[in-house]
Design a protein around this ligand. Structure first.
Ligand code: GLA
Length: 402
């Protein structure tokens, strides 16, 4: 893990004083992430290719002698929350932001037993409900704070695995991509994240490439309305896998089955054996896994056009086979590519949130202008800056002195 970067948001200190008085001693930073490719397959155990981004969640804190956690948020609309670090932490109502800190605490209590708490102010610069992992960044930040306050340590991979399961406390059946990249990212690189056991292979992103993120302006709150739709996808993937594995003879495990039979054979089996919806879900999983490997090769070869084509294919698969896109996301993707991006796709869970586009430096201004004029202005957004930005791959989460 890298140290907390030296640029915390300015309101942190004043907000801490206002909420808890003087004496904050520690600072935690947990970045958001954008997934380049490998969408909705981490929960199948298949490798994905995300990178951390500069916008981060920050916690400024002061340890407590007892087992209370008190949290205030810099942003309006997020009232203060507090809870006790007990063996079974009762959840707040579904959708309450206080469930993410509770999820982290519950996971660590399960692992370490009794813990001391802290008073902290949270300032997150990661747009919420945008598919950029603002929630997992909060979970990771609280976990790092608790470990730090209690002078405990866990290797980044073990912590990521623990928190990926721990986040299910909020009711979503996610995979392990977000926690892994938030904790393990390196500046300048994306990572091929493989699972069981968790393993990150860092792949440099060529400095001349531009990675653009653009919001659809449609909220994709996974703890809210998108939860049912999101949770259905892992179930369908497992159901499809069981049928295909039983037929071709092999383990009900996507990684091993792909290794044994290869993409083509499995696709063929899926098309003949599965009912139409499951066949499409299965085709997404199997083809997306192949695109991740191809994307890693394109990054290594510096092949921007190749990566762009893979992003386009991924988006079509998410739109048509997995059915997690929306017209706004499709429009952003089309406009970005028409304006000269090498490729674009929805990123994160979908149902709203953001797209990611890749472009060379010369094409970037044209892509930005096309989205600002063609997508945002007609929707009454005169200044697209908060919704449309480029990101350099950032380093992973860290904790240090305030
Ligand atoms: C969410 C989950 C991840 C992953 C993505 C889709 O972000 O938290 O684990 O499943 O959706 O790729």
């Amino acid at each position: 893990m890298t140290d907390a970067s030296p640029n915390p948001p300015p309101p942190l200190t004043a907000a801490f004083r206002a909420a808890f008085g003087p004496g904050a001693t520690r600072l935690v930073r947990a970045p958001g992430r954008v997934n380049l490719i490998g969408e909705h397959i981490d929960y199948c155990g298949l490798p994905v290719l995300p990178m951390a981004i500069p916008p981060a969640a920050w916690l400024l804190l002061r340890p407590r002698a007892d087992g209370l956690v008190r949290l205030a948020d810099c942003a309006p609309g997020y009232p203060p929350r507090e809870f006790r670090l007990e063996r079974e932490i009762p959840p707040a109502p579904p959708g309450d932001w206080g469930n993410y800190p509770r999820a982290a605490a519950q996971a660590l209590i399960g692992r370490f037993g009794e813990l001391r708490g802290f008073d902290a102010v949270l300032c997150s610069r990661i747009p919420a409900a945008s598919g950029l992992s603002s929630s997992s960044a909060l979970v990771v930040a609280v976990a790092l704070a608790l470990l730090d306050v209690n002078r405990l340590d866990l290797p980044a991979e073990s912590l990521a695995e623990l928190l990926a399961l721990g986040e299910r406390y909020v009711g979503t059946r996610g995979g392990g991509m977000d926690q892994a990249i938030i904790l393990g990212a390196r500046p300048g690189a994306a990572a091929r994240v493989g699972f069981a056991p968790l393993r990150l292979e860092h792949v440099r992103v060529p400095g001349a490439w531009r990675i653009l993120v653009a919001s659809s302006l449609v909220s994709a709150r996974k703890s809210g309305p998108a939860r049912r739709a999101y949770n259905l996808r892992p179930r369908e993937a497992v159901e499809a896998l069981a049928i295909v594995a039983a037929h071709v003879g092999g383990p009900a495990d996507y990684v091993r089955l792909l290794g044994l039979h290869g993409v083509e054979r499995l696709l063929e089996a899926g098309q003949t054996l599965l009912p139409p919806t499951l066949a499409r879900r299965f085709r997404h999983v199997v083809t997306e896994a192949a695109r991740v490997d191809a994307a890693v090769a394109a990054l290594i070869a510096g092949d921007l056009a190749g990566l762009g084509a893979l992003l386009g294919a991924s988006h079509r698969s998410l739109r048509d086979d997995l059915e997690v896109s929306r017209p706004e996301l499709d429009e952003l993707v089309a406009r970005a590519v028409d304006a000269g991006a090498a490729g674009a796709r929805l990123t994160g869970a979908g149902f709203g949130g953001c797209i990611v586009a890749v472009a060379d430096a010369a094409a970037e201004p044209g892509v930005r202008a096309a989205l600002a004029e063609g997508f945002y202005r007609p929707r009454g957004v005169a200044d697209a800056t908060p919704h449309l930005f480029s990101v350099d791959p950032a380093g992973g989460a860290g904790v240090g002195p305030a």
